[in-house]
Design a protein around this ligand. Sequence first.
Ligand SMILES: CCC(=O)SCCNC(=O)CCNC(=O)[C@H](O)C(C)(C)COP(=O)(O)OP(=O)(O)OC[C@H]1O[C@@H](n2cnc3c(N)ncnc32)[C@H](O)[C@@H]1OP(=O)(O)O
Length: 510
Amino acid sequence: MTLDGEALDRLRKRALAGGAEKYHAANAAKGKLFARERVALLVDEGSFVEDGLYANALAEGLPADGVVTGQATVDGRPVCLMANDSTVKAGSWGARTVEKIIRIIERAYTTGVPMIYLVDSAGARITDQVDLFPGRRGAGKIFWNQVRASGSIPQACALFGPSAAGGAYIPAFCDVVAMVEGNASMYLGSDRMVEMVTGEKTTLEKMGGAAVHTRESGVGHFLCKTEVEALDTIKRYLSYLPDNWTQPAPASTPVAAPSNVDLGALVPESERQAFDMRRYTRGLLDEGSFFEIQALWAKELTIGFGRLAGEAVGVVANNSMFKGGVLFVDSADKATRFIQLCDAFNVPLLFLSDVPGFMVGTAVEKEGIIRHGAKMITAVAEATVPKICVVVRKAYGAGLYAMAGPGFEPDATIALPSAKIAVMGAEAAVNAVYANKIAAIADPEERAAFVAAKRAEYERDIDIARLASELVIDAVVEPHELRDELVRRFAVARGKERHFSKRRHGVTPV
Ligand SMILES: CCC(=O)SCCNC(=O)CCNC(=O)[C@H](O)C(C)(C)COP(=O)(O)OP(=O)(O)OC[C@H]1O[C@@H](n2cnc3c(N)ncnc32)[C@H](O)[C@@H]1OP(=O)(O)O
């Protein structure tokens, strides 16, 4: 049978229109855009080529089988994309949906371009499960492809609605997930299922909403007020990354650092006084270039991309404004993944250290602080991208190792003149070594004098000039010299040989 122009036009219009009007209206009432509007907002005008528009065109009520897939350019660079159409069976995956998604990820991987996922889906279409769930090209193959593509091409997800059950793994295998407040959710079992299985009464928002995942679980990376903001966030994310792992990170026009930030004045002398490392980072980088990731989760550690004289860098920085900048289970995980991301995509790493060490105590031991901390230290060791450690104020204990200290093959360890590097802070050290002697001194004045003397002795021992003279650190620079020093050092490190170990891959620590 051949299709005449009219019949083709009818088929095309039906496929382009998506599902029933009531579902369009329901989405609009929630402030949600149609999948095709999202694609149009994301890509360069006129650049989109679609595959599989006629998927399931002969069936009733399944236009494009509920997903839009194709290629386009974003800011002039090629990408592959998929967008669930939640007006068609709540964006659930039928057999052709799954095949379309698999094919577009395979296309992204083989052509070496970023893959963007615009997600709004009920997960597997339960009514058609035999066709889409268990087989060799079933839904599992989506995840297999995502895992294969991980670290080879950037994968970014904007989540606009639910991402249920198996569907929740598409965001999970992406580098980053932008979630729209109020509408986006991710969960393995729906609220109805949770009540049935455990008796818990909950809601999608309370269990897996954008606030939960960007503030508490860390599964979401950006909390966005609108769909447009989520799409812009994905574009900005991609602007720091190459198309694939074989290419250098893209540079942009150099911009000066903000003229109104005095880096020296931002860091208080007293270790007991907190300061906002995000301000410090913004003051150091090209003005307006800092793009923070997971800003709301594990805030004791700040991560994000920025630029130094136009070149992309990934920043890992301790922030004493939150939990004193101590590393916890979540902050170690946050750092681990970001370090791997930068290393995969050739983005040099800048560590800004003001770390008292890893948290101690029963609670964190039960949470496996050793396991999580070891993963962060592993990621730092394995990263062969240029990496520079700046001790802004202090680097104590294993915190020094986690922040790419001298033993971790950094291209340089730089200290500011007031920086301290030690196995622990003076107070803790004096207590650790002299607790018995201190307890034995009855006279309070004599005891205080003893503690002060031992403290002074300890501080002389870890004096930064001494560490420089022992070649522990490579340079001591004034705060106003730091930016230029980093620009020069990253420039010379750019051409370095990158290899780590003779093996297929390491074994994840404990
Ligand atoms: C790999 C393993 C897996 O992924 S198992 C997948 C399991 N998925 C689920 O349990 C999610 C079930 N669905 C839901 O909870 C809701 O539909 C969510 C996603 C919250 C959306 O709610 P809402 O926007 O109100 O839509 P709705 O429930 O009225 O559904 C609209 C139409 O879509 C259908 N639908 C929904 N989910 C599925 C599904 N997973 N499989 C098959 N059909 C599904 C509904 O039946 C409804 O269809 P119709 O338009 O009335 O014909």
